[in-house]
Design a protein around this ligand. Sequence first.
Ligand code: ACO
Length: 371
Amino acid sequence: MSAGAGLAGVVAGETAISTVEADGRGLRYRGYAIEDLAAHARFEEVAFLLLYGELPDRRALADFEARTARLRAPPAAVTAILDALPGGVHPMDALRSAVSVLGAVEPERGFEGQEAVAERLLAVLPALLLHWYTRIDTGIAPRSAADGAGLAEAFLRMLHGRTPPPTHRRALEVSLILYAEHEFNASTFAARVTASTRADLHSCITTAIGTLRGPLHGGANEAAMAFLDPLADPDAAEAAVLDALRAHRRVMGFGHRVYRGEDPRSALIKPWSRRLAAEARDERLFAVSERVEAVMRREKGLFPNLDFYSASLYRFLGIPTALYTPLFACARMAGWAAHVIEQRRVGRLIRPLARYTGPAPRPYVPLEARG
Ligand code: ACO
C-alpha cells in the first residue's frame, strides 16, 4: 500500500462548509456544533445554513420551507422513466437514474441559478425516491408529494400515508441533520471533482449518488441492518460478531477514516434509537445493537459510526431497509450542493498526479510479430 492509499491524512483542498475538530472530537457545520443543531434546529435550517452560509431568520426560513415544499412534485417525464424500471432494481440505482434524467428534463442553464437548482434537487429527491418505491415495491399508485411539510415529515407522510407522530418526525429530522454534511467524504469529494470540470449540478449529484452507494460509505447503514436482522438476542449478536472478526469480515457501521475514537454523530443518534425502541416496546433490536457495539469495542477498539444506530432507528420508523442509503442521499444533497457551489468558486480543475508503478518503457511490437 503506498503512503497515499485512500488519500488518508491528505489535505485535498479547502472548505468553509464544515470541519471535523482536532482528533475527531467534534463536527461543526459553518462553525455551529452538530450537538446544538441536533438539539434545536430544523433540517431546513441546516440545509439553508449549508447552502447559503448563515442560519436563516424566521422570514428566510419560512420562505425557504415554502419554496422547497412547492418544488417537491416530480416531473411526469422523470416518473415515466422511473415507472419503466424493472422491479428488482436497487433504490439507489433508481435515484441515480432519476437525477440523471432530471438533468436532461430540467437542465441547469448556467451557474447563475445554481441555488434554485440545488433547492429543486433537495425538494424533489425524496419524492422521486418514494414515487418509484411505493409504485414498484408495493404495487400501489404513487402517493402525491406531501407539500407544506419539511423533508422529514414529507418523507414519512409519503411513505406511510399518514402524518407521523412528533417523536418520529423529530427523530428522522435529527438523523437528516447529522447526515447532511461531512467535509471531504468520498461522495462529496467525487461531486467536487465533477464540479471542477464545470459540469452541471445534476452531473455532480449523479456522481455523488454513485459514490455513496458502496458499502464502505453510505451503503453501510443498509449492510448494518442486514447483519442485525437475523440476530435473535444479545448472545447471538456476540457470537455473530466474533465469527465475523475471525473470518476477517468487516462489521458494517463500525470504524471511520477520520474518527479513530467515537464518531460524535453516533452519540447523538443512539439516544433516539433507544427512545424509539422503548416506544415500540422493542426487546431485541436495540439490545442486540448494544451488544454488537460492546463486542466491537472490546475486540477491535472500534466504535459505531453514524450508520450503525441509524439502522435500528430507521427500522423503528418503519422505513424499509432498501431506503436507508437513498434517504442518506436525500439529506446529504444539502452538503453536496454546498460543496459544488464552493468548488465552482475555486474554479480550478481537480487533476492530481499518480506515482507510476507499471512496466518500464518498452518498444511496441507489431501485431504480426506477436504471433
Ligand atoms: N469491522 C472490522 N474491522 C474493521 C472495520 C470494521 N467495520 N473497520 C476497520 N476495521 C479494521 C480493518 O480490518 C483494519 O484492520 P487491520 O489493520 O488488522 O487490517 C483496521 O481496522 C483499519 O481499517 P482501514 O480499512 O485501514 O480503515 P479505513 O480508514 O481505510 O476505513 C472504513 C474506514 C472504510 C469506514 C472502515 O472502517 C470500514 O470499512 N467500516 C465499515 C463500513 C462502514 O461502516 N462505513 C460507513 C462509514 S461512515 C458513513 O459513511 C456515514
